[in-house]
Design a protein around this ligand. Sequence first.
Ligand SMILES: Nc1nc2c(ncn2[C@@H]2O[C@H](COP(=O)(O)OP(=O)(O)OP(=O)(O)O)[C@@H](O)[C@H]2O)c(=O)[nH]1
Ligand SMILES: [Mg+2]
Length: 283
Amino acid sequence: MSAEDSPLIPLEGTEMAGGGGGYPLPVYLGGLAIACLIAFAVYSFIFSKTHGVAAAGPTFIIAGPSGAGKTALFTLLRYGEKSTTLPSIEQNISTSYRLPSLPDTAKPFVLIDTPGHQKLRQSMFDVLQVSQAARTIHGVLFVVDASAVSKPEKLREAAEYLYDVLRVTEKVRGGSDVLVAANKSELFTAVPAKRLRTLLEAEVQKIRETRTKAIGKVGLDGEKEEEEDGDSATVGGDGWLGLRDGKPFRFEDLESDVMVVGGSVETGKVDDWVGWMEERAVN
Ligand SMILES: Nc1nc2c(ncn2[C@@H]2O[C@H](COP(=O)(O)OP(=O)(O)OP(=O)(O)O)[C@@H](O)[C@H]2O)c(=O)[nH]1
Ligand SMILES: [Mg+2]
């Protein structure tokens, strides 16, 4: 910083705009500097509390629409018990989650439960991006209420959120692993995991078409990006997910490994999900 723009150099005779009643400029600039320091301290505190942990250690993120059972799963995994939950307004973070099959001496995982309400999802994307950049992400557990997806609007909501998650996981080479945890499978209205996979693929296909039409030109930019990268059938550019071969959308065409597995937090049937995490824990 040059002497001219340093806030510490007093400028004699300078007055605040608006007349002679204000403070001298150095006092004004000093106040501004203190305000900036406070803002930085607050930002650092928040960053270290949420984003920082995701970059600090091996991380699993729990995402998915509101009411799917994410906090119930987090509580069961972390504390081994069922809980009565309320819709979350902030993340639940454990920095000492231990997978059952790993020895006590193994480094504990960071487990982050995120709020599913549409207006509160940004923090999930932030920790996902931070942990992908830091290469600490081991997987995303995308929890879906399998008993709700027979309603078209619920299926749409789940697919739209999943689409946005996959758009982020596809941005890193090789993708990040995603488990679609088809929860509440004990309910007789629950859709089986295999069927849920097909439903989600068909819905993501529709979303891909509508979003690409909506942003037209950006889709072309995405195509250009693919040519420049020349390394992958999937595209990191905006507006497209999956292959560009005119065929329907399939999870298997993504770089991210996407599995759909049924289970139930209510009845404690989460072994397959924990097994999925254990497989990814060593990667
Ligand atoms: N029947 C049944 N209910 C479940 C199951 N898992 C969770 N629930 C219930 O579903 C409701 C929502 O669970 P939460 O864990 O709060 O849902 P969430 O995904 O964290 O929701 P948000 O915090 O709003 O994003 C609660 O009443 C849970 O008891 C399950 O496997 N079966
Ligand atoms: Mg919750």
